[in-house]
Unconditional design. Sequence first.
Lengths: 392, 392
Amino acid sequence: MKLCGEIEVRDREETLINLDPIQSGGRLTAEAMKAVIAYGDGYSVCDACGKPFRLDTIKKPPLDAFHRDLAAFVHMDVARVMPGARRGFQAVTHTLVSPGQPVILTALSHYTAFLAVESAGGVPREIPMDGNHRITGEEAAKTLEAVTRESGSPPPLLMVDHFDYQYGNEHQVREIAKAAGQYDVPVLYNGAYSVGILPVDGEALGVDFVVGSGHKSMAAPAPSGMLATTSEYAGKIFRTTGIRGDRTNRTFGVKEVEMMGCTLMGATVMGMMASFPHVRERVNRWQEELENARLVARALSSISGTAILSEVPRRHTLTRADTLGSFDVVARTHKKKGFFLTSALKERGIGGLFPGATRVWKYNTYGLTRRQAEHVAASFREIAKENGIAVM
Amino acid sequence: MKLCGEIEVRDREETLINLDPIQSGGRLTAEAMKAVIAYGDGYSVCDACGKPFRLDTIKKPPLDAFHRDLAAFVHMDVARVMPGARRGFQAVTHTLVSPGQPVILTALSHYTAFLAVESAGGVPREIPMDGNHRITGEEAAKTLEAVTRESGSPPPLLMVDHFDYQYGNEHQVREIAKAAGQYDVPVLYNGAYSVGILPVDGEALGVDFVVGSGHKSMAAPAPSGMLATTSEYAGKIFRTTGIRGDRTNRTFGVKEVEMMGCTLMGATVMGMMASFPHVRERVNRWQEELENARLVARALSSISGTAILSEVPRRHTLTRADTLGSFDVVARTHKKKGFFLTSALKERGIGGLFPGATRVWKYNTYGLTRRQAEHVAASFREIAKENGIAVM
């Protein structure tokens, strides 16, 4: 069905159980859907904007309170909404990193963290992962030591994902932050896969910046996200403009340079805010989410020739599977080739996997009910059996 | 009525004729409203994302074609969607401007252009306006000459608004671009108040970058916008990542550094795309819009003690009025003070002016029907008469 012109109606979430690795945490709540309708118009939140004319000071709708809520949600002092987590990374690298300086990332850092370093002219230095695809405090300390020795001074920033995009593995943020603290290196916590789906306490982790993604994990429209920091760094990262027109002598009030002034003036921030009460609540159900994730991972592991490449038992709902010895063997002779798997899943009302993938692929069980998770688990086993693969 | 929690339903566009200076061009079309509902979920446009995994290459929904349409729309070679016009400015300043370099703006440049210069470490040099609040090619040439002489080389960038945010006056973009061409200085055309509401031909104007705002003038949700450029500059501004992980040797494909990878992955780009056929058509009705703008400006001018500070006859629907000698005189003794004007307008179904403003204020007639414009014009005259102000 066409929505208008060449645009099809999107019904993936209505018609299928969606296992897409990046979409589940960004599904809108019913409240967010209502908000994007009511506040869809461009500058919709500016109706009652008054002095000092900045998004985070608007009282109606209550964006000022929402900004305070966001900071409290991740146990930091100050927060701003951003056009995506990546723009949060960029604000931090552009403030702290000078061209040519090393920036510590990890062997599992997301490409947007690399781009943020690149755009600031920084030089990436990765903390290697261990044999279980985990970033440890110990390896972080080694990298910090090596980089500091080489440069003659500690690097200006370390960026670490709580859970990475490749394996959904949990990394030792607290230990890494502790190591960084010994060199006085500020730590950016990338919570794209955590803020909004599980409890995050930036203070307890000892990090200086907490970045979250609205469209990835906070049930909000894209592009949206948040950047929170401590009182210590707020003045730097959220510094207000100091530029002046040389002929007019104009200055520009309290606009924040790295925010480029106001960031999300309508549907995005309103969707994020409308979802927030639900999001704040749902992080407390993380244990149930993990049970579903483990249930599906166990089912896949029970299929001969299949391996879960992510850490087990799962500590996140995003999971990397290796089916080279199972579904991929079938694909080699199946008339539908690799598409047999996505096709068989679709017949069972399951979608969102990369079409044709039967080798190494990712899925995410976030947001499934127990019954849906059981259906997914049973479906993988059934499809294996139907195609002659041994199932334990 | 509450939408949910503390969020009120927004009904400004449903209940009032909205004269807000910045909102009218960003009102969603019906098609955009449908699109933000169907594509509201975070990463909704990524359902069929395949190699090379970049927003502007997605075929379903047809974002690839939309990107080509956007470039053609402003007569440039290559376009990208952006999280707001300001992020388009930023991409250009960060590519072309080194810290300490002068950047030419104008005495009427928007604050976001200044922030883009500030965030790149540039030094602003304003082209002064003439006595009619217009930026001319002649003054641009003088500023170019002065800056080039002082620095020993031409500046890396000149940024000019086609219509400015203060007066909605038209500036001599073609002549300014011609002057810049003589120094080989690239020109960024800020079309926040033009792209999407009137015909824009970047090639004919001789500019190197055309920036538009989705939420200000393209009937799209915030934050959205576009950056278009020539084949000559596309490789620079849209350069792909060259960074590499030092331990993993990872590289990051065709992701574009200044875009920070993908920019608008859901509701925003879909709203923009769904509105686009309407937007492409409506720019051809600019003359009718100007007639409405002139009709209202004439009505205000007919009120004794009132001056239109923008150029007349109006060449834009955004207009700056001075009512110090009319409505502000009333405000001094009225029991509602300055709010008498917004209150009297509201009784007549008109809203969107800055509450309490009776001195110097802005309004925008964009999108009004002729009948609505006539009603607005008659209302201003009536309110003046009712309060004892002479009306011609």
